[in-house]
Design a protein. Sequence first.
Length: 116
Amino acid sequence: QLQLVESGGGLVQPGGSLRLSCATSGSTLEDYATGWFRQAPGKEREAVACISSSGRSTNYADSVKGRFTISRDNAKNTVYLQMNSLKPEDTAVYYCYADRTTIRLWGQGTQVTVSS
């Protein structure tokens, strides 16, 4: 079964950038569609971005369009989320997931804090 481990979170000032990585192991990443959710304190988990198994199709939440870019390198078994022009409202725990048929697998999350 695929395992997912996120990294790259941290503290960044408004307007700054971060790149999150989701390293996978245990199975073939190219068999899975993947994406990112986030959850801010006191709020429900929300979808941020997703990418097809081939990487040819992507989709974004309106709140991050034009600022975030999702990508994947199946040869490196890794999914990325490039986050630019970060805002305080982007502060959340970011979770990577992977879908195969009806199964969704999750990583443990990485904290992103946007604050001056």
